[in-house]
Write a protein that binds this ligand. Structure first.
Ligand code: 13P
Ligand code: SF4
Length: 312
Protein backbone atom coordinates (compact mmCIF):
# COMPACT_ATOMS: atom_id res chain seq x y z
CA UNK A 1 0.00 0.00 0.00
CA UNK A 2 1.33 3.49 -0.84
CA UNK A 3 1.86 5.87 2.09
CA UNK A 4 -0.95 8.13 0.82
CA UNK A 5 -3.39 5.22 0.54
CA UNK A 6 -2.40 4.05 4.04
CA UNK A 7 -3.01 7.55 5.41
CA UNK A 8 -6.48 7.63 3.85
CA UNK A 9 -7.35 4.24 5.34
CA UNK A 10 -6.07 5.38 8.73
CA UNK A 11 -8.31 8.48 8.54
CA UNK A 12 -11.28 6.27 7.67
CA UNK A 13 -10.54 3.94 10.59
CA UNK A 14 -10.24 6.86 13.03
CA UNK A 15 -13.62 8.27 11.85
CA UNK A 16 -15.34 4.86 11.98
CA UNK A 17 -13.89 4.15 15.40
CA UNK A 18 -15.46 7.35 16.74
CA UNK A 19 -18.78 6.71 14.98
CA UNK A 20 -18.98 3.13 16.31
CA UNK A 21 -17.68 3.95 19.81
CA UNK A 22 -15.09 1.25 19.17
CA UNK A 23 -11.81 0.31 20.80
CA UNK A 24 -9.06 -1.33 18.76
CA UNK A 25 -7.00 -3.99 20.53
CA UNK A 26 -3.91 -5.41 18.81
CA UNK A 27 -1.56 -8.26 19.60
CA UNK A 28 2.21 -7.63 19.31
CA UNK A 29 2.34 -9.90 16.24
CA UNK A 30 0.20 -7.56 14.14
CA UNK A 31 1.70 -5.53 11.30
CA UNK A 32 3.29 -2.25 12.37
CA UNK A 33 0.56 -0.04 10.88
CA UNK A 34 -2.12 -1.91 12.84
CA UNK A 35 -0.13 -1.61 16.08
CA UNK A 36 0.25 2.13 15.41
CA UNK A 37 -3.50 2.70 15.18
CA UNK A 38 -4.48 0.47 18.13
CA UNK A 39 -5.74 1.81 21.46
CA UNK A 40 -3.88 -0.94 23.26
CA UNK A 41 -1.18 -3.45 22.28
CA UNK A 42 -0.38 -6.47 24.39
CA UNK A 43 0.15 -10.18 24.80
CA UNK A 44 -2.77 -12.55 25.17
CA UNK A 45 -3.09 -12.10 28.94
CA UNK A 46 -2.87 -8.30 28.81
CA UNK A 47 -5.44 -8.13 26.01
CA UNK A 48 -7.84 -10.42 27.90
CA UNK A 49 -7.54 -8.17 30.96
CA UNK A 50 -7.95 -5.06 28.84
CA UNK A 51 -11.05 -6.52 27.17
CA UNK A 52 -12.55 -7.24 30.58
CA UNK A 53 -12.14 -3.62 31.72
CA UNK A 54 -13.24 -1.72 28.58
CA UNK A 55 -15.94 0.92 28.19
CA UNK A 56 -17.11 0.89 24.56
CA UNK A 57 -19.80 -0.56 22.31
CA UNK A 58 -17.54 -2.34 19.85
CA UNK A 59 -14.23 -4.17 20.30
CA UNK A 60 -12.24 -4.46 17.07
CA UNK A 61 -9.82 -7.26 17.85
CA UNK A 62 -6.68 -7.35 15.70
CA UNK A 63 -5.11 -10.67 16.53
CA UNK A 64 -6.29 -14.21 15.96
CA UNK A 65 -9.83 -15.47 16.42
CA UNK A 66 -9.33 -17.30 19.74
CA UNK A 67 -8.19 -13.99 21.27
CA UNK A 68 -11.28 -12.19 19.93
CA UNK A 69 -13.42 -15.02 21.32
CA UNK A 70 -11.86 -14.45 24.74
CA UNK A 71 -12.78 -10.75 24.48
CA UNK A 72 -16.37 -11.72 23.56
CA UNK A 73 -16.62 -14.23 26.42
CA UNK A 74 -15.58 -11.49 28.85
CA UNK A 75 -17.93 -8.95 27.18
CA UNK A 76 -20.99 -10.91 26.05
CA UNK A 77 -23.11 -7.78 25.57
CA UNK A 78 -20.58 -5.99 23.35
CA UNK A 79 -20.04 -6.40 19.64
CA UNK A 80 -16.64 -7.99 18.96
CA UNK A 81 -15.35 -7.88 15.41
CA UNK A 82 -12.25 -9.31 13.74
CA UNK A 83 -10.70 -8.02 10.51
CA UNK A 84 -10.32 -11.58 9.14
CA UNK A 85 -12.40 -14.49 10.41
CA UNK A 86 -9.83 -16.95 9.03
CA UNK A 87 -7.08 -15.70 11.33
CA UNK A 88 -6.80 -19.07 13.08
CA UNK A 89 -4.03 -20.76 15.06
CA UNK A 90 -2.35 -24.14 14.63
CA UNK A 91 -2.74 -24.80 18.35
CA UNK A 92 -6.51 -24.31 18.17
CA UNK A 93 -6.63 -26.65 15.15
CA UNK A 94 -4.64 -29.31 17.04
CA UNK A 95 -7.25 -29.62 19.75
CA UNK A 96 -10.80 -30.46 18.59
CA UNK A 97 -13.36 -30.36 21.39
CA UNK A 98 -14.55 -33.94 20.71
CA UNK A 99 -11.06 -35.24 21.54
CA UNK A 100 -10.99 -33.23 24.77
CA UNK A 101 -14.41 -34.64 25.74
CA UNK A 102 -13.19 -38.18 24.94
CA UNK A 103 -10.12 -37.63 27.15
CA UNK A 104 -12.31 -36.37 30.01
CA UNK A 105 -14.53 -39.46 29.75
CA UNK A 106 -11.48 -41.72 29.95
CA UNK A 107 -9.64 -39.78 32.70
CA UNK A 108 -12.35 -38.03 34.74
CA UNK A 109 -9.95 -37.41 37.63
CA UNK A 110 -7.70 -35.05 35.63
CA UNK A 111 -7.91 -31.26 35.99
CA UNK A 112 -7.90 -29.77 32.48
CA UNK A 113 -5.54 -26.78 32.20
CA UNK A 114 -5.96 -25.16 28.79
CA UNK A 115 -3.68 -22.66 27.17
CA UNK A 116 -5.63 -19.61 26.02
CA UNK A 117 -4.77 -20.68 22.42
CA UNK A 118 -7.87 -22.94 22.29
CA UNK A 119 -11.39 -22.65 20.91
CA UNK A 120 -14.25 -21.32 23.06
CA UNK A 121 -15.69 -24.87 23.08
CA UNK A 122 -12.46 -26.26 24.54
CA UNK A 123 -12.30 -23.45 27.11
CA UNK A 124 -15.85 -24.42 28.11
CA UNK A 125 -14.64 -28.00 28.76
CA UNK A 126 -11.63 -26.79 30.79
CA UNK A 127 -11.22 -26.29 34.52
CA UNK A 128 -8.84 -23.36 34.22
CA UNK A 129 -7.12 -21.37 31.46
CA UNK A 130 -3.53 -20.16 31.36
CA UNK A 131 -1.39 -18.04 29.06
CA UNK A 132 2.33 -18.20 28.37
CA UNK A 133 2.75 -15.50 31.02
CA UNK A 134 1.17 -17.35 33.93
CA UNK A 135 1.20 -21.06 32.94
CA UNK A 136 3.70 -22.11 35.62
CA UNK A 137 1.81 -20.23 38.35
CA UNK A 138 -1.54 -21.64 37.22
CA UNK A 139 -0.20 -25.21 37.35
CA UNK A 140 1.42 -24.50 40.74
CA UNK A 141 -1.96 -23.31 42.04
CA UNK A 142 -3.39 -26.84 41.59
CA UNK A 143 -2.84 -29.28 44.50
CA UNK A 144 0.30 -31.37 43.93
CA UNK A 145 -1.50 -34.74 44.13
CA UNK A 146 -4.06 -33.73 41.47
CA UNK A 147 -3.34 -35.22 38.00
CA UNK A 148 -3.42 -32.63 35.20
CA UNK A 149 -4.07 -32.63 31.48
CA UNK A 150 -2.26 -29.65 29.96
CA UNK A 151 -3.37 -28.68 26.46
CA UNK A 152 -2.67 -28.12 23.65
CA UNK A 153 0.97 -26.92 23.33
CA UNK A 154 3.58 -29.65 23.81
CA UNK A 155 6.49 -27.21 24.12
CA UNK A 156 4.80 -24.93 26.65
CA UNK A 157 3.54 -28.02 28.50
CA UNK A 158 7.04 -29.51 28.73
CA UNK A 159 8.43 -26.15 29.85
CA UNK A 160 5.78 -25.90 32.59
CA UNK A 161 6.45 -29.48 33.64
CA UNK A 162 10.19 -28.76 34.00
CA UNK A 163 9.62 -25.48 35.86
CA UNK A 164 6.94 -26.81 38.22
CA UNK A 165 8.53 -30.23 38.77
CA UNK A 166 5.10 -31.89 38.28
CA UNK A 167 5.24 -35.55 37.35
CA UNK A 168 1.48 -36.19 37.18
CA UNK A 169 0.92 -34.01 34.10
CA UNK A 170 -0.18 -35.33 30.71
CA UNK A 171 0.57 -33.04 27.79
CA UNK A 172 -1.35 -32.70 24.51
CA UNK A 173 0.69 -32.99 21.30
CA UNK A 174 -0.19 -29.68 19.60
CA UNK A 175 2.36 -27.09 18.51
CA UNK A 176 2.63 -23.56 17.18
CA UNK A 177 3.74 -23.69 13.55
CA UNK A 178 5.90 -20.62 14.07
CA UNK A 179 7.74 -21.35 17.32
CA UNK A 180 8.09 -25.13 16.99
CA UNK A 181 9.98 -24.73 13.72
CA UNK A 182 12.73 -22.55 15.21
CA UNK A 183 15.75 -24.85 15.22
CA UNK A 184 18.81 -25.11 17.42
CA UNK A 185 20.99 -25.17 14.29
CA UNK A 186 19.85 -21.73 13.16
CA UNK A 187 19.98 -20.34 16.68
CA UNK A 188 23.58 -21.58 17.07
CA UNK A 189 24.49 -19.88 13.77
CA UNK A 190 22.99 -16.60 15.03
CA UNK A 191 24.82 -16.97 18.36
CA UNK A 192 28.12 -17.58 16.54
CA UNK A 193 27.54 -14.46 14.40
CA UNK A 194 26.72 -12.37 17.49
CA UNK A 195 28.62 -13.85 20.42
CA UNK A 196 27.68 -10.95 22.75
CA UNK A 197 23.95 -11.16 22.10
CA UNK A 198 21.65 -12.35 24.89
CA UNK A 199 19.05 -14.97 23.88
CA UNK A 200 15.40 -14.59 24.91
CA UNK A 201 12.67 -17.03 23.84
CA UNK A 202 8.93 -17.66 23.97
CA UNK A 203 8.06 -20.93 25.78
CA UNK A 204 6.28 -22.27 22.67
CA UNK A 205 9.82 -22.95 21.28
CA UNK A 206 11.22 -26.49 21.48
CA UNK A 207 13.51 -27.39 24.39
CA UNK A 208 16.56 -27.49 22.07
CA UNK A 209 16.03 -23.73 21.57
CA UNK A 210 14.89 -22.91 25.11
CA UNK A 211 18.02 -24.44 26.65
CA UNK A 212 20.09 -21.59 25.12
CA UNK A 213 17.78 -18.80 26.36
CA UNK A 214 18.82 -16.60 29.26
CA UNK A 215 15.22 -15.49 29.64
CA UNK A 216 11.97 -17.29 28.71
CA UNK A 217 8.62 -15.50 28.79
CA UNK A 218 5.42 -14.39 27.13
CA UNK A 219 5.49 -11.82 24.35
CA UNK A 220 5.20 -8.79 26.64
CA UNK A 221 7.51 -10.34 29.26
CA UNK A 222 10.20 -10.71 26.55
CA UNK A 223 9.78 -7.08 25.53
CA UNK A 224 9.93 -5.85 29.16
CA UNK A 225 13.00 -7.96 29.81
CA UNK A 226 14.90 -6.65 26.75
CA UNK A 227 14.00 -3.03 27.55
CA UNK A 228 15.10 -3.23 31.21
CA UNK A 229 18.09 -5.56 30.81
CA UNK A 230 21.63 -4.08 30.81
CA UNK A 231 22.44 -6.14 27.69
CA UNK A 232 22.69 -4.18 24.44
CA UNK A 233 22.02 -6.86 21.83
CA UNK A 234 19.53 -9.70 21.78
CA UNK A 235 18.59 -12.74 19.72
CA UNK A 236 14.80 -12.90 20.01
CA UNK A 237 13.20 -16.31 19.46
CA UNK A 238 9.62 -15.36 18.75
CA UNK A 239 7.39 -13.80 16.10
CA UNK A 240 9.04 -10.78 14.47
CA UNK A 241 6.04 -8.47 15.08
CA UNK A 242 7.52 -7.72 18.52
CA UNK A 243 10.34 -5.86 16.74
CA UNK A 244 8.03 -2.84 16.51
CA UNK A 245 7.67 -2.34 20.29
CA UNK A 246 11.31 -3.27 20.91
CA UNK A 247 12.54 -0.61 18.47
CA UNK A 248 10.23 2.00 19.97
CA UNK A 249 11.03 1.22 23.59
CA UNK A 250 14.76 0.51 23.21
CA UNK A 251 15.96 2.25 20.04
CA UNK A 252 19.62 2.09 21.14
CA UNK A 253 19.62 -1.74 21.36
CA UNK A 254 19.92 -4.33 18.58
CA UNK A 255 17.48 -7.20 18.03
CA UNK A 256 18.04 -10.21 15.76
CA UNK A 257 15.17 -12.50 14.78
CA UNK A 258 16.05 -16.00 13.60
CA UNK A 259 14.14 -17.43 10.65
CA UNK A 260 12.41 -20.75 11.24
CA UNK A 261 12.78 -23.83 9.03
CA UNK A 262 9.17 -23.73 7.89
CA UNK A 263 8.60 -20.51 5.94
CA UNK A 264 12.16 -19.19 6.34
CA UNK A 265 10.74 -16.26 8.26
CA UNK A 266 9.54 -15.64 11.80
CA UNK A 267 6.02 -14.47 11.01
CA UNK A 268 2.68 -15.98 12.02
CA UNK A 269 0.68 -16.41 8.79
CA UNK A 270 -2.59 -16.25 10.74
CA UNK A 271 -1.77 -12.99 12.50
CA UNK A 272 -0.62 -11.51 9.22
CA UNK A 273 -4.00 -12.12 7.55
CA UNK A 274 -5.24 -8.87 9.12
CA UNK A 275 -4.69 -5.58 7.30
CA UNK A 276 -5.70 -1.95 7.68
CA UNK A 277 -8.22 -2.32 4.83
CA UNK A 278 -9.85 -5.34 6.48
CA UNK A 279 -9.96 -3.48 9.79
CA UNK A 280 -11.65 -0.51 8.09
CA UNK A 281 -14.18 -2.78 6.38
CA UNK A 282 -14.99 -4.63 9.59
CA UNK A 283 -15.63 -1.33 11.40
CA UNK A 284 -17.82 -0.17 8.52
CA UNK A 285 -19.94 -3.35 8.37
CA UNK A 286 -19.51 -4.55 11.97
CA UNK A 287 -18.50 -7.92 10.58
CA UNK A 288 -17.05 -10.51 10.73
CA UNK A 289 -18.53 -10.69 14.21
CA UNK A 290 -17.67 -13.15 16.97
CA UNK A 291 -20.88 -15.00 17.86
CA UNK A 292 -20.87 -17.74 20.49
CA UNK A 293 -23.57 -19.74 22.25
CA UNK A 294 -24.47 -18.27 25.67
CA UNK A 295 -23.92 -21.60 27.44
CA UNK A 296 -20.45 -21.99 25.91
CA UNK A 297 -19.53 -18.44 26.93
CA UNK A 298 -20.77 -18.94 30.49
CA UNK A 299 -18.72 -22.11 30.96
CA UNK A 300 -15.63 -20.68 29.24
CA UNK A 301 -15.88 -17.45 31.29
CA UNK A 302 -15.78 -19.50 34.45
CA UNK A 303 -12.44 -21.09 33.50
CA UNK A 304 -10.99 -17.74 32.33
CA UNK A 305 -12.08 -16.04 35.55
CA UNK A 306 -10.48 -18.81 37.58
CA UNK A 307 -7.22 -17.94 35.80
CA UNK A 308 -7.65 -14.20 36.41
CA UNK A 309 -8.27 -14.87 40.12
CA UNK A 310 -4.92 -16.66 40.63
CA UNK A 311 -2.56 -14.27 42.42
CA UNK A 312 1.18 -14.49 41.78
P1 13P B 1 1.36 -14.53 24.17
O1 13P B 1 0.60 -15.10 25.31
O2 13P B 1 2.81 -14.35 24.51
O3 13P B 1 0.71 -13.32 23.63
O4 13P B 1 1.39 -15.62 23.04
C1 13P B 1 0.29 -15.88 22.23
C2 13P B 1 0.69 -16.56 21.04
O5 13P B 1 -0.12 -16.88 20.20
C3 13P B 1 2.10 -16.89 20.89
O6 13P B 1 2.35 -17.48 19.69
FE1 SF4 C 1 -1.01 -19.60 16.99
FE2 SF4 C 1 1.63 -19.75 16.73
FE3 SF4 C 1 0.32 -17.89 15.40
FE4 SF4 C 1 0.58 -17.72 18.07
S1 SF4 C 1 2.22 -17.60 16.54
S2 SF4 C 1 -1.30 -17.37 16.89
S3 SF4 C 1 0.47 -19.88 18.63
S4 SF4 C 1 0.12 -20.12 15.10
Amino acid sequence: MSTLAALNVVDEIVALKRERNAVILAHHYQDTEIQEIADAIGDSLELAKKARDLECEVIAFCGVVFMAETAKILNPSRIVIVPDADAGCSLVDSCPVEMVRAFKRRYPDHVVVSYINTSADVKAESDIICTSRNAVQIVNSIPAEQPILFLPDINLGNYVKRESGRTNMRIWQGACIVHTTFTERRLLEAMAAEPDAFVVAHPECPVAVLKHAGFIGSTSALIDYCVKSPHKSFIVMTESGVRHSLRKLAPEKSFTFVANENCNCSECPYMKRNSLEKLRDSLATLSPRVELAVETMDKARHSIERMLAVKY
